[in-house]
Design a protein around this ligand. Sequence first.
Ligand SMILES: *Cc1c(COP(=O)(O)O)cnc(C)c1O
Length: 442
Amino acid sequence: MSETTPTTDHPADDRSRELFAAANRVLPGGVNSPVRAFRAVGGDPPFIRRASGCRIYTEDGAELIDYVASWGPALLGHAHPEVVEAVIAAARDGLSFGACTAAETELAERLCERVPSLRDGMLRMVSSGTEATMSALRLARGFTGRDLIIKADGGYHGHADMLLAAAGSGVATLGTPDCAGVPADAVNDTLVVPYNDPDAVAACFAAHPARIAAVIVEPIAGNMGCVPPREGYLQNLRDQTRAHGAVLIFDEVMTGLRVARGGAQELYGVTPDLTCLAKVLGGGLPMGAYGGDRAIMSTVAPLGPVYQAGTLSGNPLSVAAGLATLRVIDRDNPYDALESHSARLADGLRERAEHHQIPWFGTRVGSMACGFFQAGPVHDFADARGSDTERFAQWHRGMLARGIYLAPSQFECAFVSTAHDEAAIDTTLAAADEVFAELAGA
Ligand SMILES: *Cc1c(COP(=O)(O)O)cnc(C)c1O
């Protein structure tokens, strides 16, 4: 959440500037989600008119190669024709009924056969990642009859009150609010530990015997930049939660369907009790889901006492977009191509940074990648915060000026889609070479 003073040297052209000024009069900060305001990199954000494949087109007439991917959903690139057609066809038959449809069951079946923790299990559809994680945690508490939850510092699981917690004064102490408007009571039961630190989790279990309902974790951290799990970390969490009767929740809102067909849990061979999905699942429409073990899921209303509901949950358009996305994934098996294109990007960036002697710690798992402006290594949020965010801001502005649209924060991932071909990657690397040269000279 570092902020730089906006400069006058901004990349957005006149039309976007005008639109942003108008937006600022009616939307706080001109945006509907804060990171879009470009506060961490300075300048005004370009306004987007449309997008297709790996490219987005601004209101100023610029064509940009996009690595934001709507913050994750656009695994198949923008406006994939099969997804768009499926949504249009669904729309013609009615936008929402608030009643049972066959397509919901089909989508659930397709998810249950591919995500290891959903096999022989059940899931519930919701409309966002935030809803998925907050519902999964309520469920874990309802199922275990315990109140405490453990999350990682710098781990992002949406904006539910209980998750907007900062670490307390020591490991195993309860969290404090990390956001105005969150009552201390809302985070009183949230323990915050460093990512990739199994001993800190063990200390929590030791300090609060039989009181911890759940550990929620991003199996690959993607909201402090990309920080992969250390060898054995996820298995250790699996073992500890099992030993202590706590529910292990993988928040795969970002990684699910992206890093492998069955998500990070398939990639690392560790199966949690509950899994949260969103982003790619909705193919660009609002959609989330949480699910897993049948006994735990049987605690959700109307089967059990844990209430959770949603007017637009499992709505026909989101379900159609999700089903179409899964159909394309299953037909094309895109993961090898995603891996090789992402490796080309990440390796190319590292080589060019090295060549220009820019400290750069590159991380990547499949099609999520990040470059920290520091020598590294980066294993947790404290490490990530050691990055040169001023240099990141210069990098971001330089890349944008050359037609490359990156997430406007050091602590976000770049996403490669199936629409990024070698030519797009090479154009990106050529731009990076120029910007690194500029940074080296600055
Ligand atoms: C994006 C994200 C969320 C929140 O999802 P929303 O749909 O924005 O509410 C939760 N967890 C992770 C890991 C995410 O990346």
